[in-house]
Ligand binder design. Structure first.
Ligand code: G3I
Ligand code: 9MR
Length: 547
């Protein structure tokens, strides 16, 4: 079938569909549901896609700029899914991708006036959390009860993990720092809507307030996660009542915390009146966590024998050190932090929860006009440009016309595509190279349907989208539709969930190894760190694409 972004395209955007190779050499764009041709063109030469084992041709119709609803027509094939061209095509998905975080809030009932049919009682107050033996300290021996409320559930499970909260919260705050106008105008219908803060910042604050409680005030160390001992069944959050623990302080947790709190302290500083003392508190917390990490530079997460929930283990924290130092530098302007970042040794890479050096470079790039002389601005520009150029080279050579390469299909592949797009948007902002914008657009197109399985990976968006995400509320709520606005992990060939799945995967090829079944936590789970770049990229293409 013809695969394309099922939501559509901004008038000024690059517009591409993927067509299976066959006899046809040309395509037409018709008004949806009619035979009225508005544009036609030649298909590009066929190319092999090793990640999906097929040969495809690209149909490029960038010239189609008149708002409307269309389909791609190729002789011998069914028409493509209908799509829109218009200035507002990504507004709803952007809002829903943020609202998804609200739907995953702990500790608060989701009321009908905000949650509609997805209303539910509060889950996990986390006001009585036990200190696990792995996290015991003189001031807080094992079994000590602490309060650690608020925050979001990480994913389809009901636990809260600092490492993954790090990149997630960063990405939301980065979206705010880069595209504030768009978010100022947004009303998400969350409990805080209408207050002095933009809704995006209200939503992020819900998690930041939790993160603050994960720091031990006695020493500045930060617990790695707040969790049950084992994963819950497929039940609603209020029915999941196993005891909760904070587990082990780690270097990675301290540094993720330090980075995000430093960033948050500058983002929330303008709201001093609404939240007196908060920005200063965040900065002090950041510095205390950094100090703890200095004193404990190699405490890696070691899953205790009695705990079996997510690990987010990472044995290379050099990137976390660099990122935390970069955020402290941007926020304070103190040259010592730039030095601590060790910029000449820190490369840029596409970010993921375990690999955060790219976050440091994006923050420096974003603020480069106001950074002081301590910062090497040429190095900042070159890091972003070099990484963007390599992603654009992959985009040029890919049969599907996307930056994704076969090795990029890992657990959470959808977010790889979006994090690549996020980097490329920074590249475009910095250099104005149009290829970077078009390659970023292609990454968003991939997530929304221009892929080998022909699915928009975002629940509730597109003609065909996941119906059975591995997301406990979506499975347990008795409502046919999944909770909307979530991007699922997507195809990846390792199939770690095979033993738990009653249905077979349709293929072992990287880009086709996907099953829309709630059993599939390795291809069909949702997660906050995958949604955050969807928020960023769906905002960024709107803000940056020339009319
Ligand atoms: O780093 C290796 C790489 O070298 C190798 O080539 C590749 C081959 O598959 O594997 C890579 O490691 C993978 C790692 O993620 C890094 O991407 C592991 O195989 C893979 O099992 C691991 O998956 C993680 C998964 O938890 C299992 O631990 C995901 O990244 C992570 O997003 C996911 O997170 C879970 C939480 O634990 C619990 N909550 C839900 C959440 C989302 O599924
Ligand atoms: O539901 C869990 C999911 O949130 C995690 O990402 C995943 C990987 O850690 O594990 C899932 O739990 C499964 C467990 O690992 C093995 N038994 C079946 C569980 C799913 O119902």
């Amino acid at each position: 079938a013809i695969a394309l972004n099922q939501l559509g395209f901004l008038p000024g955007a690059a517009k591409v569909a993927v067509v299976p190779d066959g006899a046809a050499r040309s395509f037409a764009i018709v008004k949806a549901g009619t035979d009225t041709v508005v544009l036609d063109g030649a298909l590009a030469p066929a190319a092999a896609a090793p990640e999906s084992g097929d040969r495809v041709r690209l149909a490029t119709f960038t010239a189609l700029a008149t708002p409307g609803r269309y389909q791609v027509r190729v002789a011998g094939l069914p028409d493509s899914p209908p799509f829109d061209v218009g200035p507002g095509v990504f507004q709803a998905v952007n809002a829903a991708s943020i609202k998804a975080f609200y739907f995953n809030r702990t500790a608060i009932p989701l009321e009908e006036r905000h949650a509609g049919i997805f209303k539910r009682p509060a889950g996990h107050p986390d006001t009585r959390v036990l200190v696990h033996a792995s996290a015991a300290s003189p001031a807080r021996p094992a079994g000590t009860v602490i309060a650690s409320p608020k925050g979001w559930y990480d994913a389809g499970d009901y636990n809260k993990y600092i490492v993954n909260s790090g990149i997630t919260t960063y990405t939301l705050l980065a979206a705010w720092e880069d595209f504030p106008a768009l978010f100022k105008a947004q009303n998400l219908g969350i409990p805080e809507s209408g207050n002095a803060l933009p809704d995006l910042l209200d939503e992020a604050l819900w998690n930041l307030e939790w993160m603050l409680t994960m720091q031990d005030p006695a020493d500045g160390g930060v617990y790695h996660k707040l969790t049950n001992l084992g994963f819950d069944g497929m039940v609603m959050p209020d029915k999941a009542t196993q005891p909760r623990y904070v587990v082990q302080k780690t270097t990675a947790a301290a540094l993720n915390f330090a980075a995000v709190m430093a960033m948050a302290s500058r983002v929330y500083a303008p709201y001093e009146q609404q939240m007196p003392g908060m920005a200063a508190r965040m900065l002090a917390a950041s510095k205390a966590a950094w100090q703890w990490a200095q004193a404990h530079p190699r405490v890696y997460y070691q899953q205790p024998k009695d705990v079996s929930t997510g690990e987010y283990g990472d044995k290379d924290v050099s990137d976390e050190f660099g990122w935390a130092a970069a955020e402290l530098f941007v926020t304070t302007g103190d040259a010592a932090w730039y030095k601590a970042m060790n910029a000449p040794a820190l490369q840029a890479s596409v970010p993921s929860w375990a690999e955060v050096r790219g976050l440091a470079w994006m923050s420096l790039a974003r603020h480069r006009d106001t950074l002081n002389a301590a910062a090497d601005k040429a190095l900042i520009a070159s890091r972003i440009d070099t990484l963007s150029a390599s992603l654009a080279a992959g985009w040029k050579k890919s049969a599907y016309g996307i930056p994704m390469q076969p090795a990029d299909y890992v657990w959470g592949s959808s977010a790889v595509a979006l994090n690549q797009a996020m980097v490329l948007l920074h590249g475009y902002r910095m250099t104005s190279k149009r290829d970077y914008l078009d390659a970023a657009q292609a990454g968003l197109d991939y997530a929304l349907g221009r892929n080998a399985v022909g699915i928009s990976f975002v629940t509730g968006f597109g003609t065909k989208s996941p119906m059975h995400p591995h997301h406990r509320p979506s499975e347990a709520d008795g409502i046919r539709a999944p909770v909307p606005g979530w991007i699922v992990g997507g195809p990846q060939p390792a199939q770690q969930d095979k033993k738990d799945c009653p249905v077979p995967y349709p293929s072992a090829l990287p880009a086709r190894s996907y099953v829309d079944h709630a059993c599939s936590y390795a291809s069909n789970e949702v997660a906050i760190n995958w949604n955050a770049p969807l928020v960023y990229v769906s905002a960024g293409v709107q803000a940056l694409t020339p009319a």
